[in-house]
Design a protein around this ligand. Structure first.
Ligand code: SF4
Ligand code: SF4
Ligand code: SF4
Ligand code: FES
Length: 947
C-alpha cells in the first residue's frame, strides 16, 4: 500500500457539454469549454508549475509561475486564468518560461526559511516541489534584507498550526475558507510586502474559524499544517474510508504510519463531500484510541457489583445462557435487541438476523426510532419509498431552497457548505425554524424569509403554504394529472383550501405573519427548481409523520419531485441511520422495508436462514421499556446505542433497564446504558473494521479497516459469536459475504457488491438490473408507488401545552463541534469549543426571571428538572428556549417527555413545556450524577426500593 495521491488539475474541470480541442506541447487534447489551459494540460498528464492554483478553487492568477506560451498571443499568459480555446497551440516548457519561473521562485525562496530538512512538510510541500520543477539552484538575493522569517506562529487551534513565517501569501487558504467552506474567516491584511494572512485580526481559536480544515488542505506549504503531522511526521500509506459521524458520509483518506493514524484527509473523489470536511470527521478521531476505550469483555452478577474482566468465551457464554434462561422462564418474547446506526450495514443486518433467527422474535429496533422514523413513514405513504429523493450535488441546481427544522451548518456541515455555495450563486432561501439559525444571516448569504414558527406548529405552517399554492392557482396541474392519484389530490385540495388552513388562520398557532407565509409560498411555487431539506425539527414531534407528508404534498402540488434541483431531502443524523433502516432494524420490517407479515418476503429469508420467522411485528424501543417496567421484558442486546442518555424521559428508560435481568451492552465506552448492564462486550471503531455506511442521499460507501480491532474482534464478529453461542451458527469470513447476502435478499441492493464499490467508489440505492450504477435521483418518470398520493394532513396540536406552571417551550438541537450524546467528540479537543450544554434564552424571558448571562438556571418540566448555565441570545424568540444534549451530566433528556409521533413513536424531543428560574445548585438528578459512586449508590437504592 502507498499514499494515495489525487491529481490536482490546478483549476476545476468544467462540466460544459461543448468540447474544445487544443494542442499542448505537441499533443492534442479535448476538454469541456471553459476549462483552463492549466487543467487541460493536467488531464493529459502535463503538470504546469503552479503555486496559487489548486483545483478546489477558482483561478486567482497571483503567483505567475504557471506562465505558458500560446501561438499568436503576445507575452506569457498565466495558464490558470486562460481558458482553453479551439485550435489553441500551447507550449508549457521553453527556455524563456524556465527563466521566468526560476526568477519567480527565487523571489519566493528569498523570503522563506530554509529549514526544509526539519520542516514538518518536508516531502509534502508544493514550494519545495516547484523549486525542483523549475530547476532552482541558486538564490541570488542575500538573507539580509527585509523578510518575514520572524513572523509569529499561531498555535491556538488544537488541531493545526499557522506558522506564518512560511507563508507565501498565495491566498489559497483565504479562498478555500470563502469558496469551499463559506465561512470567510480569513483575510489578507496589509498591502504589498506587508500583506499577511489573518484570521480576522485575532488568533484562529478566537476567530470565526470553524476548523473545517479546508485552508490546511489548500495550503501549499507548511504554513498551515496538522498538529498530528508536526508531531508524527509524514504518513506512508493511506486507505479510503467513510466518516463515522453524520449522515453526510464524507469520504476520507486515512493516512497511516503502520497501524497509527496520522491524519484524515477528505477525498476529492468522495461524491458526498468532493474533498471537503468538517471539524469532526477531519480532526475528531482521537476517541478511537482514547484511554477510556474498554478492550476486554466484562461481566457482573448484579449491576451494583464491580465489573470483572473475563475471556470472550465466558462473556459471550454468559450473555447467551442468560438470554436462553430468560426465554425459558418468561417466554420467547421476553428479550430483544437494538441495532446501531453507528455500525455498518453488514453489522446491522447481522443483529436483526440474530434477533429474528436466533431469538425467534421481531423485537428489534434502532435509534432511527428516535430521529427519522417519521421520514420512512411519511415518504413511503406519499411517494412509495422511505428515503430522500436527491443526491447532494442536486442542490447545485436548486433555485429556491426551503429549509425546515434543520441547521446544516452545525448538524451537516459539509452539506451546509454546498448549500451556502449555491446561495452565493443566487439561489433563494426560506428558513422555517423557531430559532434564528446561522443560515438566516451569515457572510454573503441569508434567508429571504425566516418563518420563525412556534415549536409544534410545523403542520399548520406547511398546510398554510399549500393553502396559498392551491387557492392562488399555483398548482402544477399538468404534473399532477400525469404523475399523481387524482382522487387523492382532489380530496386534499378541498381540505387544504378550507379557510382553517389559511395563513391568516394559522398565524395564531404558528406565530408567523400571514403575509410572510404567502410570500414564501409564492416564492417556493414560482421561483424555479424548489428543493426541500429538513431535519429532526420536522420529525421529532407528535405530528412528525404528518409533517413529512405535508412536505410531500407541497412538493407534488408544485411539480417539485423527480428531477435535479428539486425534491424532499431528509438530512439524516447519524452516519448510518439510513442504512440501519434499510437493513431491517424495525420490528415490523425485514430488510428492504418489507413487512414481516408478507409471506413472499419472509420466505426469502426463511429459505436462506433455515428457520421459520415470525409474521407479527415485535416491540419498539418504548414498548420494550414499558414491558420491562411491567415485568414482562427481561433481556436486551444493545449494540452501539446509549438509550439511557439519548432516549427521552431518562427516568423511565432507566427504570426499564433496571427491571431487566440481562442487559448486554456492546460499545466502545462504558456509556450511560452500561451502568445498567450485566455483560459488556467491547466494540470496534470504524477504523477497525470493513463494511459499508449508507448516507442521507442513499449512498452506500465503503468503510475500510486501517487498524486491528483493539478488542481483537470487529462488531460483526461479536454478533456471530453470540449467535453461535445461542445455537444458531453464522458463517461469514468477511463483511463482503454479508453484503452478498443482503444483495441476494433485498431488491434495492440487488446490484451492490464490494467489487462494484471498489470500482465505482460508492453507489446510491436502488442498484439493480435497471440501475446497475445506482440511482442519484428518485421518482424521475413515475413515483416508486406508481402515482404520487396526496395525504390529508390535519393539524392536531400536541398534548404538551404551556401553562402557568410551565410557560416556556424548550426545543433541542446540536452544535457543530459535538456529536449527539458526545461519547466520541467529548473525548477529543472538540470540547474546547463546547465544554458544556447551555440554555439559550431570549433577553425578554431572561430579564423577567432576573437571569443574566452565565447564571445557573433550573430547567423544569413535568418529567423532571436539570440545571445548566443560561446564555442570553436573541436567536431565540420570546417564549422559546433551546439547549443541546451532548453532555451526559446535563441530562437534557431528564426533562423531555414521553409524547411521541402518532405513527412511529418518534419522541417529541422538540417540544417540552418548561419553566426556567435562577438557582444556585445542581438539580437532584445532577447531584446524584456527580456523586462518585453514582452508579452504585443510586442504583442500589432503586433496586432496594424495587424489591
Ligand atoms: S479551518 Fe475552515 S473555517 Fe477555519 S479558517 Fe480554515 S477554511 Fe476557514
Ligand atoms: S497560509 Fe498557506 S495557503 Fe495561506 S497564503 Fe500562506 S502559504 Fe498560501
Ligand atoms: S460533515 Fe458529517 S460526514 Fe462529513 S466530515 Fe463532518 S461529520 Fe463527517
Ligand atoms: S498558478 Fe497560475 S498564477 Fe499562480
Amino acid at each position: 500500500m502507498a499514499l494515495i495521491q489525487e491529481l490536482d488539475t490546478g483549476t476545476p474541470i468544467r462540466l460544459a457539454p461543448l468540447q474544445v480541442a487544443l494542442t499542448i506541447d505537441g499533443r492534442q487534447v479535448s476538454v469541456p469549454a471553459g476549462t483552463s489551459v492549466m487543467a487541460a494540460a493536467a488531464t493529459m498528464g502535463t503538470q504546469v508549475p503552479k503555486l496559487c492554483a489548486t483545483d478546489s478553487l477558482e483561478a486567482f492568477g497571483s503567483c505567475r509561475l504557471c506562465l505558458v506560451e500560446i501561438e499568436g498571443r503576445r507575452g506569457t499568459p498565466a495558464s490558470c486564468t486562460t481558458p482553453a480555446e479551439e485550435g489553441m497551440v500551447v507550449r508549457t516548457q521553453t527556455p524563456k518560461l524556465a527563466r521566468l519561473r526560476r526568477g519567480v521562485m527565487e523571489l519566493y525562496i528569498s523570503d522563506h526559511p530554509l529549514t526544509c530538512l526539519t520542516c514538518s512538510a518536508n516531502g509534502d510541500c508544493e514550494l519545495q516541489d516547484m523549486a525542483g520543477a523549475v530547476g532552482l539552484r541558486d538564490v541570488r538575493y542575500g538573507e539580509g534584507g527585509a523578510n518575514h522569517r520572524d513572523a509569529p506562529t499561531d498555535e491556538s487551534n488544537p488541531y493545526f498550526t499557522f506558522e506564518s513565517s512560511k507563508c507565501i501569501v498565495c491566498s489559497r487558504c483565504v479562498r478555500a475558507c470563502e469558496e469551499v467552506q463559506g465561512t470567510f474567516a480569513l483575510t489578507i491584511e496589509g498591502r504589498g510586502f506587508a500583506s499577511r494572512v489573518s484570521p480576522g485580526g485575532t488568533d484562529f481559536f478566537g476567530s470565526e474559524c470553524v476548523s473545517c480544515g479546508a485552508c490546511v488542505q489548500a495550503c501549499p506549504t507548511a504554513t498551515l499544517n496538522e498538529n498530528s503531522v508536526i508531531r508524527m511526521g509524514k504518513a506512508e500509506h493511506s486507505v479510503i474510508t467513510t466518516c463515522a459521524y453524520c449522515g453526510v458520509g464524507c469520504a476520507f483518506k486515512a493516512e497511516m504510519q503502520g497501524e497509527q493514524l496520522v491524519r484524515m484527509v477528505p477525498s476529492k473523489h468522495g461524491r458526498a463531500n468532493e474533498g471537503h470536511s468538517c471539524v469532526k470527521g477531519r480532526f475528531a478521531y482521537g476517541y478511537a484510541t482514547h484511554k477510556d476505550r474498554i478492550t476486554k469483555p466484562m461481566i457482573r452478577e448484579r449491576i451494583t457489583d464491580p465489573w470483572r474482566e473475563v475471556s470472550w468465551e465466558e462473556a459471550i457464554g454468559r450473555a447467551a445462557s442468560e438470554f436462553r434462561r430468560i426465554q425459558a422462564t418468561y417466554g420467547v418474547d421476553a428479550i430483544g435487541g437494538l441495532t446501531s446506526s453507528r455500525c455498518t450495514n453488514e453489522e446491522t443486518y447481522l443483529v436483526q438476523k440474530l434477533i429474528r433467527a436466533a431469538f425467534g422474535n421481531n423485537n428489534v429496533d434502532t435509534c432511527a426510532r428516535v430521529c427519522h422514523s417519521p421520514t420512512g413513514y411519511g415518504l413511503n405513504a406519499t411517494l412509495g419509498t422511505s428515503a430522500g429523493t436527491q443526491d447532494f450535488a442536486s442542490v447545485g441546481e436548486a433555485d429556491v431552497i426551503l429549509l425546515i427544522g434543520a441547521n446544516p451548518t452545525d448538524g451537516h456541515p459539509v452539506f451546509g457548505s454546498r448549500l451556502k455555495k449555491r446561495l452565493r450563486e443566487g439561489a433563494r432561501l426560506i428558513v422555517a425554524d423557531p430559532r434564528r439559525i446561522d443560515l438566516v444571516k451569515s457572510p454573503h448569504v441569508g434567508a429571504e424569509h425566516h418563518l420563525a414558527l412556534r415549536p409544534g406548529s410545523n403542520v399548520a405552517l406547511l398546510n398554510a403554504l399549500s393553502h396559498v399554492v392551491v387557492t392562488e392557482g399555483l398548482v402544477d396541474e399538468a404534473y399532477i394529472r400525469e404523475r399523481c392519484d387524482l382522487d387523492a389530490f382532489e380530496a386534499w385540495a378541498r381540505f387544504i383550501a378550507d379557510p382553517r388552513n389559511a395563513p391568516e388562520t394559522s398565524e395564531n398557532v404558528t406565530g408567523v405573519p400571514a403575509a410572510e407565509v404567502r410570500a414564501a409560498a409564492r416564492l417556493y411555487a414560482t421561483g424555479g427548481n424548489a428543493a426541500i431539506y429538513y431535519g429532526l425539527g420536522v420529525t421529532e414531534h407528535s405530528q412528525g409523520s404528518t409533517t413529512v407528508m405535508a412536505m410531500a404534498n407541497l412538493a407534488m402540488a408544485t411539480g417539485n419531485i423527480g428531477r435535479r434541483g428539486v425534491g424532499i431531502n431528509p438530512l439524516r443524523g447519524q452516519n448510518n441511520v439510513q442504512g440501519s433502516c434499510d437493513m431491517g432494524s424495525f420490528p415490523h420490517e425485514l430488510p428492504g422495508y418489507r413487512h414481516v407479515s408478507g409471506d413472499a418476503a419472509r420466505e426469502i429469508f426463511e429459505k436462506l436462514w433455515g428457520v421459520g420467522l415470525r409474521d407479527d411485528p415485535g416491540l419498539r424501543i418504548p414498548n420494550m421499556l414499558d414491558e420491562a417496567v411491567q415485568g414482562r421484558f427481561k433481556g436486551i442486546y444493545v449494540q452501539g446505542e446509549d438509550p439511557a442518555q439519548s432516549d427521552p424521559d431518562t427516568q423511565h428508560v432507566t427504570a426499564g433497564l433496571l427491571a431487566m435481568e440481562c442487559v448486554v451492552v456492546q460499545d466502545l465506552f462504558l456509556n450511560e446504558t452500561a451502568k445498567y448492564a450485566h455483560v459488556f462486550l467491547p466494540g470496534s471503531s470504524f477504523l477497525e473494521k470493513d463494511g459499508t455506511f449508507t448516507n442521507a442521499e442513499r449512498r452506500i460507501s465503503p468503510v475500510r479497516k486501517v487498524m486491528s480491532p483493539l478488542s481483537g474482534h470487529a462488531d460483526w464478529q461479536i454478533t456471530m459469536m453470540l449467535s453461535d453461542a445461542l445455537g444458531y451458527p453464522m458463517r461469514y469470513d468477511h463483511p463482503s459475504q454479508i453484503m452478498d447476502e443482503i444483495a441476494a435478499t433485498t431488491p434495492s441492493f440487488a446490484g451492490v457488491s464490494y467489487e462494484k464499490l471498489e470500482r465505482l467508489g460508492s453507489i446510491q440505492w436502488p442498484c439493480n438490473d435497471a440501475a446497475p450504477a445506482g440511482t442519484p435521483i428518485m421518482h424521475v418518470d413515475r413515483f416508486v408507488r406508481g402515482l404520487g398520493r396526496f395525504m390529508i394532513t390535519e393539524f392536531i396540536p400536541t398534548d404538551e401545552r404551556t401553562g402557568a406552571r410551565f410557560p416556556l417551550l424548550l426545543t433541542t438541537g446540536r452544535i457543530l463541534s459535538q456529536y449527539n450524546v458526545g461519547a466520541q467528540t467529548r473525548r477529543t479537543e472538540n470540547s474546547r469549543w463546547h465544554a458544556e450544554d447551555v440554555l439559550e434564552i431570549h433577553p425578554f424571558d431572561a430579564e423577567s426571571r432576573g437571569v443574566v448571562d452565565g447564571d445557573l438556571v433550573a430547567l423544569e418540566s413535568r418529567s423532571g428538572a436539570i440545571s445548566l448555565k443560561a446564555a442570553i441570545s436573541d436567536r431565540m424568540q420570546p417564549g422559546v428556549v433551546y439547549t443541546t444534549f451532548h453532555h451526559a451530566k446535563t441530562g437534557a433528556n431528564v426533562i423531555t417527555t414521553d409524547y411521541s409521533d402518532w405513527a412511529t413513536n418518534c419522541p417529541e424531543y422538540k417540544v417540552t413545556a418548561v419553566q426556567v428560574r435562577r438557582t444556585n445548585r445542581p438539580s437532584d438528578w445532577q447531584a446524584r450524577f456527580y456523586e462518585e459512586d453514582f452508579s452504585l449508590t443510586r442504583i442500589a437504592d432503586r433496586l432496594d426500593a424495587a424489591e
